[in-house]
Design a protein around this ligand. Sequence first.
Ligand code: GDG
Length: 515
Amino acid sequence: MPTPRQPVAATRFDLVVAANRLPVDAVDDGFGGTLWRRSPGGLVTALEPVMRDRDAAWVGWAGVPGQAPEPFYQNRLWLRPVSLSAEEIEQYYEGFSNETLWPIYHDVIVQASFHRRWWNTYRTVNRRFAMAIVEAAAPGATVWVHDYQLQLVPALVRTVRPDVRIGWFDHIPFPPVELFAQLPWRRELVEGLLGADFLGFQRAADAENFLRACRRLLALTTRGDTVSFTPPGIDPSARRTVRAGAIPISVDFKGLDTLARTPQVIARAAEIRSCLGNPKILVLGVDRLDYTKGFRSRLRAYEELLREKVISAPHVTLMLVALPSREHIDAYRQLREEVEATIGRINGQYSAVGSAAVYYLHQSYPRAEMAAMFLAADVMLVTPLRDGMNLVAKEYVSCRHDLNGALVLSEFAGAWHELHEAFTCNPHDIEGLKQAIMGAINSPRDERARRMKALRKRVADHDVQRWANCYLESLASAPSKPRSSASNRRQRREIQRARSVRLQALDHASEQVSY
Ligand code: GDG
């Protein structure tokens, strides 16, 4: 019977999720040891319900450099840490993922850097993730790989384990081929993804961009939402078909709605407004401090509205929550300096004693505090220049059970394709952005309620559980080379038998580990 200390090779699962990060953060236990606390990210909320009822493992980096800790259980989930050295973090994560891929995949808002040693490290780390998955996956398992950091993993896993079903989900945009083609390693990246059976994207346009890249860069044939492909050096009869489709991610609507209805959150929302001097209109922004999120345009539009005396503090107040992000990267350091200098200038000119024009918060908050901020804000600004989805827009809507709140949403956020009743803006068009902000500020209460009701219905109907279920259904039914049904049946029986034994072991082990 497996225990938490057994080597991972002895333990196999029928659902394996792989993401750059494990869904836990290491915290000091006060006695020189480590405790694992669930991280607040949306992905774990999305996957928990589908993983809880299955025999599931999660492969990812534990967030600290050096030798990875031993695999361990948490809440019936087998967590398999992958080691990353300090140099690998610099080259695979900060370098290739965030200074090469991230800018290319976000319209080259800042210039991308290309370094062969970053690419080599990206390959090495992707191989390490692939091996960890291969070891954890039971015969015929489902493997779900996440995001741009792990694009080579599908093909690497497929080579060793043709028996498993592999999906990949892209949380960020997939760029137009004209931008993607800049990557010296574009072919390898596409071939890496083509190891999957199903590739999920936030928008239909992202899936189309991927299929176009297959046609233009690899001369492959696409039909509808599928592409046919023979892996290099493999018998042509092993031709596979890969499907690419849009499955837009969402949020835990019920959880947020319930949280925002608690007396504590309602009271805290009132308290926030009171601390800010009870402004007539509270405008809010909540983002990672990232150049894709449109801080510069937002502040420019806001400063112009103040200068032109269309708005004035303290009647209208802006609260800007900027979650610290990727602070080792130059472009992020520069952005922070610029944002802070701009806010300083705005406050110097337009604040009064006891009331700031802009309240700037560069820190992370607990979920309940975020819900209170959402509930306190009359207008929510979500103005990215490019964003795969933007969960903040959906979180705001989920918290506004009072139907009183207006969402200003960039047409360059994936969420815009679903949230049609928001006040639309093009963040590159400062005049247009000012009009959208004023449209939201001046909107009559009944119009706000009508829009918010429709937005809430959309998010409630397409919540994160539905996203995860839809993804897994699409993966299960994706076309690929059919396996013999007899071998499938044999594998399923084997998995079922092993599963009941392991579930008992899991319960036992979870009780032993305290977090
Ligand atoms: C990538 C894609 C896609 C923010 N401040 C605090 C805090 N947050 C939380 C928000 C939200 C999350 O962080 C940010 O999610 P986003 O979707 O806005 O953005 P990315 O981090 O860029 O995520 C994006 C997403 O993946 C999912 O597929 O939507 O397009 O870029 O949940 O609430 N959370 C806490 N304190 C904060 O101060 N606890």
